[in-house]
Design a binder for this molecule. Structure first.
Ligand code: MGP
Ligand code: SAH
Length: 211
């Protein structure tokens, strides 16, 4: 826990203003600079189509919102956010943390299973940061996307594509690029390596119009 505590201001720059995190939250939360980058990139989705007019008018589903690291940044950069989590405690913490950042009113929080909810949702973009099985994700040289603990990477992406082909996945840094691209082989994709202070933290893969 000490390792994560030492990074608390990388996770939330407003950590001292009342941020709440539980055990799973500590090792899963997306560092703020990475979350901000992803949100900015998504907010520019329709920029090329009509200059400033549509800038940021994007609805994003954060399928696994955890304690809200990504959802808060989506709310700062996009018009509407649907934030889902199966864990009531973490969903409540995400609400609290969004209030610390003054964006709680821009996020629709839903307690539930993304897999079940997906067919009933409409949005421009779906962001997937599923559980990776804890810090042990590093115990193998190559992370197998079929070994995600709840559903496979393929199952999550196929489910997300019921909503939109504009899908972003936030995944372990030891994933193989070819496995990431194979999650939606017919779609264009970009793979980003997300670093903080030079240290590789994770990879993000952008599909569809986001690539
Ligand atoms: P890490 O490797 O556990 O930490 O996770 P860190 O600080 O890089 O330590 P190091 O000593 O291994 O270098 C790196 C980042 O991956 C975290 O900050 C989270 O953003 C993300 N992350 C880690 N896990 C275990 C998960 C997870 O289960 N789900 C999601 N969505 N993100 C995770
Ligand atoms: N991006 C988040 C961290 C996500 S951690 C942040 O920055 O804070 C992954 C989350 O997925 C956990 O909170 C877990 O409760 C949630 N989860 C697991 N299975 C789920 C499911 N089927 N539907 C929705 N959420 C789920």
């Amino acid at each position: 826990l000490r390792k994560y505590w030492n990074q608390r201001f990388d996770y939330f720059s407003r950590f001292d203003e009342g941020i709440q995190i539980d055990n799973e939250g500590w090792y899963s939360v997306t560092p703020e600079a990475i979350a901000e980058h992803t949100a900015r990139r998504i907010s520019q989705l329709y920029n090329s189509r009509s200059q400033d007019e549509d800038f940021g008018r994007i609805c994003v589903v954060d399928a696994f919102c955890g304690v809200g690291g990504n959802a808060i940044k989506f709310a700062e950069w996009c018009e509407h956010v649907i934030a889902i989590d199966v864990d009531p405690g973490r969903l409540q913490m995400a609400k609290n943390n969004a209030a610390v950042y003054g964006v709680a009113d821009r996020i629709e929080f839903i307690l539930g299973d993304f897999y079940e909810l997906a067919p009933s949702l409409k949005a421009d973009v779906v962001f997937l940061s599923p559980p990776w099985g804890g810090p042990e994700y590093q115990s193998t040289k190559v992370f197998d996307l079929d070994a995600l603990p709840v559903k496979t990477g393929q199952q999550w992406v196929d489910r997300a594509r019921l909503i939109s082909d504009n899908v972003v996945c936030f995944l372990p840094r030891n994933c193989r690029p070819e496995d990431l691209a194979a999650l939606a082989p017919a779609l264009p994709c970009d793979i980003e390596m997300n670093r903080i202070n030079g240290f590789l933290k994770a990879v993000s893969v952008y599909f569809g119009q986001l690539a």
